[in-house]
Ligand binder design. Structure first.
Ligand SMILES: Nc1ncnc2c1ncn2[C@@H]1O[C@H](COP(=O)(O)OP(=O)(O)OP(=O)(O)O)[C@@H](O)[C@H]1O
Ligand SMILES: [Mg+2]
Length: 256
């Protein structure tokens, strides 16, 4: 993890823009988004399809560069880093969990979890022990030799979470991590995220489900590439019961 500069929020995004160009079309996916997230927060990012949630996650996870604005992580300006520095931040500070698990199909659970160590400083030293410790943390020690197609959806996502936390990232980003799971498995996976959060992990989860957001402390809703509302979970729940016109004019949470 990076040294914690107590004066700085973990994440500070100011005026972030992202423009995609596809052929002659220009898509403004983020339109000047401001967001600040502290260490050890557990935040849900919500908003309708196309509102910019995944684009934002890709920026926060340094998978892609913004078109404009700034992104400070622990006070360091990520938007000005070169490709090598970005790769280092990505490998050491960020854990990513996706809806579709993104596991290598021919590799065992253990081999999938070991993967980030290929790129990390210190390389493969003690890799097996570290990967086993991560699999233990997600409750999968009895499945280490299984390949993804020999695991349930929830177990696959646990493998992906073990891989994401292997390097003890500053930020754990999860883009619709329960989107492919049934409700019982969703509850299990959310309990795991909560446990990691209780142990000090900063967690940011994109979701369409109010039930998933209910496990977070704070709900940030996007609309058209900007922050529409940024509320505590209690305020967000209260806002959901307002009539739609009142909700949109007051900036409170709309249904999504
Ligand atoms: N790589 C890309 N190239 C071009 N346009 C893109 C790209 N990625 C996203 N977009 C566009 O940017 C906008 C925001 O997309 P984004 O994927 O961030 O939405 P989202 O809020 O995650 O939606 P969903 O809930 O459906 O996942 C959309 O209009 C989308 O079509
Ligand atoms: Mg998305």
């Amino acid at each position: 993890m990076v040294d914690a500069h107590a004066d700085w929020p973990l994440i500070q995004v100011i005026g972030l823009t992202k423009i995609y160009r596809v052929g002659v079309e220009t898509i403004h996916a983020l339109r000047g988004l401001d967001l600040s997230i502290g260490r050890n927060e557990m935040v849900a990012i919500m908003g309708s399809s196309g509102s910019g949630k995944s684009t934002l996650m890709n920026m926060l996870g340094c998978l892609d560069r913004p078109t404009g604005g700034s992104y400070l992580m622990n006070g360091r300006d990520v938007s000005k880093m070169d490709a090598n520095e970005l790769a280092q931040v990505r490998n050491e500070e960020i854990g990513f969990v996706f809806q579709s698990f993104e596991l290598l199909p021919r590799q065992t659970a253990l081999e999938n979890v070991e993967l980030p160590l290929i790129y990390a400083r210190g390389g493969w030293r003690g890799r097996k022990q570290r990967a086993l410790a991560a699999l233990d943390r997600v409750g999968l020690l009895d499945r280490v030799e299984h390949r993804p197609n020999q695991l349930s959806g929830g177990q696959r996502q646990r493998v992906a979470i073990a891989r994401a936390i292997l390097n003890k990232p500053s930020i754990l980003l999860a883009d619709e991590p329960t989107g492919n799971l049934d409700s019982a498995t969703t509850t299990e996976i959310l309990a795991l995220f909560r446990q990691l959060h209780l142990e000090g992990q900063t967690v940011i989860i994109v979701t369409h489900e109010n039930e998933v957001a209910a496990h977070c402390q704070r709900v940030v809703r996007l609309r058209d590439g900007r922050v529409l509302s940024d509320l505590s979970i209690e305020q967000d729940i209260a806002g959901r019961h307002l009539p739609t016109t009142a909700a949109s004019s007051s900036g409170a949470a709309p249904p999504c």
